[in-house]
Design a protein around this ligand. Sequence first.
Ligand code: IPM
Ligand code: MG
Length: 367
Amino acid sequence: MSTPSLLILPGDGIGPEVMAEVRKIVDWFGAKRDLTFDVSEDLVGGAAYDAHGTPLHDDTMARAQDVDAVLLGAVGGPKYDALDFSLKPERGLLRLRKEMDLFANLRPAQCFDALSHFSSLKQEVVAGLDIMIVRELTSGVYFGEPRGIFEEGNERVGINTQRYTESEIDRVARSAFELAMKRDKKLCSMEKANVMESGILWREVVTRVGQDYPEVELSHMYADAGAMQLTRWPKQFDVIVTDNLFGDLLSDLAAMLTGSLGMLPSASLGAPMSNGRPKALYEPVHGSAPDIAGQGKANPIACILSFAMALRYSFDQGDEAARVEKAVEAVLADGVRTADLLGEDGTVPVSTSEMGDAIVAKLDASL
Ligand code: IPM
Ligand code: MG
């Protein structure tokens, strides 16, 4: 098989800093595990706007379509706030998701033992938490037409459209059931079937797909009740499947249950390519954190764990993914902390690159 290809898009803010640490891990696999990647790098977001006047150059889009996996840092920053909507850094990311047709967004929310006291919830509520949110990523109100700001009489009206076809619901539901089969075989689907027709259809299609997965225990919840249950007793959930907008909200909520956004990776997957690998983009859940950019304070773990997800979902290297995840756990168990993971106990934080080095050292120790 040819060398797998990886397109790295560091993006803005802390993106380049955390991605530099991922490069250390990628290089480690080449040197120590004979797992070499054909790595190329390009611009996205504000960085692409600065260079080309667009948040995603067509050439970059074409390269993203061509590689086995894309790894993205983060996009956005106050510098770009005044830009026209169509030129904002986020549009680059949304274009990647849409044109690569990355319909299944996997957002794990896992509470690391060493950090369970960090959650704003009681430790017993979050200790050992391990849930997976599957967010539909290429449709719904994010992309539905009509959309825009229009004149209506003597005032303006802002319009966005929640729209889901049966096939869009079907395919993301299948991804969620497949994941549930590999986990605790429990799936909760969230929508607002009490007020939205799209929610009624969503519930119907998910239920129908469920007939193909009789081993999976399927439940349904209104998304508002789901948010409440997620904060009340999150361990009742295994896999959650939901639409684009509810998934955006619920995944931030679930992420914060674990105590730090700096820890959480994500995978956005599409249909299989001709080589059998899914179209895929991996990115940390956190944003570009412009307030700490360039200071060596950022936590690279979410981005490193995103690469671990790439090993698992794109490159069939589940054991090597687990090796990275264990290295991260071991570093945390040693008390190594970036600034975002510090309490009041007087621990001195390590820098972004020291955290990367510590993880590499644990990888070495794993051999
Ligand atoms: C996310 C982000 C994006 C979204 C933004 C940056 C467009 O919040 O990935 O959750 O809303 O999808
Ligand atoms: Mg979000």
